[in-house]
Design a protein around this ligand. Structure first.
Ligand SMILES: Nc1nc2c(c(=O)[nH]1)N(C=O)[C@@H](CNc1ccc(C(=O)N[C@@H](CCC(=O)O)C(=O)O)cc1)CN2
Ligand SMILES: Nc1nc2c(ncn2[C@@H]2O[C@H](COP(=O)(O)OP(=O)(O)OP(=O)(O)O)[C@@H](O)[C@H]2O)c(=O)[nH]1
Ligand SMILES: [Mg+2]
Length: 444
């Protein structure tokens, strides 16, 4: 029996309106049980009193929608209850639904999973639904919307179609080797396979742009103790996220804030000041984490202290590379001491105290983010799951190209095609579904 599932689709807590969604064959019966009335016309917002079916008590005066399969988000019968968003209203309706036969609470992502299983979405589109819900910046929203509209699915299905046609040629060669076919039909498949392998390589070779756009560009602030790293983080975040004090060695844990820089998502991390003589083992561990974070960051902000000039902290200098923005902080205290050049880069002069130079720093970081994350119009792969399937496909194509016999070639082309099919969910993906949908929020 297919269960009918329900869940709060809007965020939990007090709100103007809360939406409870119900999907499955018993949806209509559930609505009828709550309204004690004939069902409203499909897809037409209707104001009705919802009552507890056992006590008859009015729970809310709600706007309801009834969708009949297959014309709904999930492809099943769906009911939406648009409630007054009070906790007691939602609790009362959810409790009443749970008491009805055949109904149970939905698991995370289960509505979208049913939409996939009913052919409303392919897997890349379903993943994009989750990404759209998680999108915090406009660039993330655009990427998710494009993928939800099928940009990636169409690309991968197109590649798979080309493989299917090549496979037909190769199989013709296997089945009718002596017939009147032009000799070596599988030879004709070779350039097609080679072109596709090159296209997949180009698609893979994107520096993880789409994946990083989902997760945010990682920027680490590094520098000597007291250079003003935490002050800088707070100034960029526009809130007091990290503790600032005049004592060297204040920050120990890595402190992260999420920023929206010109539409690009950034995870900015404050780290412990680097020094040889740590005060204790806690600071020592902090410094280890700071170095680790610096090593894994996409971009570093190396902060130097203008009041320490002409000395430049050597541990910080050692971390400056092509992915580093050099910053000279506390310039409000140093007068007109001129700038610094580290690793061939002239530093931005800023003051976390007065805010001087912070706009220029933000601009530099935004430029880094745009450089790493901006698209060129072609859709980018957005998940490690896609990447590994594409690598599997490309490797199978390379083997096919080197195959001495059409039979062996055909087998590798089949594997290549299967790898692509798993991305969009066209072939056996039952084993993947729990993993993919468990990261969704409840009610989606
Ligand atoms: N109230 C409400 N708002 C919502 C959703 C929802 O489920 N409920 N959505 C949920 O994420 C999004 C909209 N997505 C939807 C996608 C398809 C269908 C749907 O009924 N599809 C039918 C009919 C298509 C048509 O009329 O053109 C179908 O595919 O057959 C509904 C919502 C955002 N807003
Ligand atoms: N005048 C002035 N003082 C600053 C500036 N930036 C930071 N400070 C001061 O410098 C001291 C150290 O600042 P923090 O931001 O805690 O320095 P930090 O680099 O995070 O230090 P650790 O966490 O110990 O590594 C504090 O007293 C700040 O108020 C600045 O631009 N101008
Ligand atoms: Mg600090």
């Amino acid at each position: 029996m297919i269960h009918t599932i329900f869940a709060l689709a809007t965020a939990p807590g007090r709100a103007g309106v809360a939406v409870v969604r119900v999907s499955g064959p018993a949806s209509g019966d559930a609505l009828a049980a709550l309204t004690a009335k004939a069902l409203p016309r499909p897809r037409e917002a209707t104001l009705v009193k919802l009552r507890d079916p056992t006590s008859g008590e009015v729970l809310d005066d709600a706007l309801v929608l009834y969708f009949i399969a297959p014309r709904s988000f999930t492809g099943e019968d769906v009911v939406e209850l648009h409630l007054h968003g009070g906790r007691a209203v939602v609790a009362g309706v959810v409790e009443a639904l749970g008491a009805l036969p055949g109904l149970r609470v939905a698991e995370p992502g289960e509505f979208t999973r049913r939409a996939f299983e009913n052919g409303k979405l392919d897997l890349t589109e379903a993943e994009a639904v989750a990404d759209l819900v998680d999108a915090e910046t406009s660039a993330q929203r655009r990427q998710a919307l494009r993928q939800m509209e099928g940009a990636l699915g169409t690309l991968y299905d197109g590649w798979r179609d080309r493989l299917t046609r090549s496979l037909a040629h190769i199989e013709a060669d296997i089945d009718f080797p002596d017939e009147d076919l032009p000799s070596g039909v599988s030879d004709a498949a070779r350039p097609v396979l080679a072109t596709l392998a090159a296209e997949i390589d180009a698609h893979l070779d994107d520096n993880g742009r789409g994946e990083r756009l989902r997760e945010g560009l990682h920027i680490a602030i590094v520098g000597a103790p007291n250079a003003g790293k935490s002050s800088l983080l707070n100034a960029l975040a526009r809130r007091e996220a990290a503790i600032v004090s005049a004592r060297a060695g204040t920050t120990r844990d890595v402190i992260e804030v999420h920023l929206d820089l010109g539409g690009y998502p950034v995870v900015l991390a404050d780290t412990a000041g680097l020094r040889e003589a740590a005060a204790d083992e806690v600071e020592e561990e902090g410094i280890r984490r700071a170095r680790d974070r610096a090593a894994r960051a996409d971009v570093k902000v190396a902060v130097f202290d203008a009041t320490a000039l002409p000395a430049l902290d050597p541990a910080t200098v050692a971390l400056v590379d092509g992915d580093t923005v050099v910053v000279l902080n506390k310039t409000d205290l140093s007068g007109d001491s001129g700038g610094i050049v580290v690793g061939g880069q002239s530093g931005l002069t800023v003051s976390a105290r007065t805010g001087d130079g912070l706009a220029a720093l933000e601009q530099r970081l935004t430029a880094f983010a745009a450089d790493r994350l901006a698209g060129s119009g072609v859709p980018a792969l957005t998940r490690a799951r896609h990447r590994s399937a594409l690598e599997e496909c490309r490797d199978a194509l390379r083997r096919a190209l080197g195959a001495p016999l059409p039979e062996l070639m055909a087998e590798d082309v089949r594997l290549a095609s299967r790898a692509l099919g798993r991305i969009t969910g066209r072939v056996d993906v039952e084993d993947l579904l729990d993993v993919i949908f468990r990261d969704f929020c409840i009610g989606k």
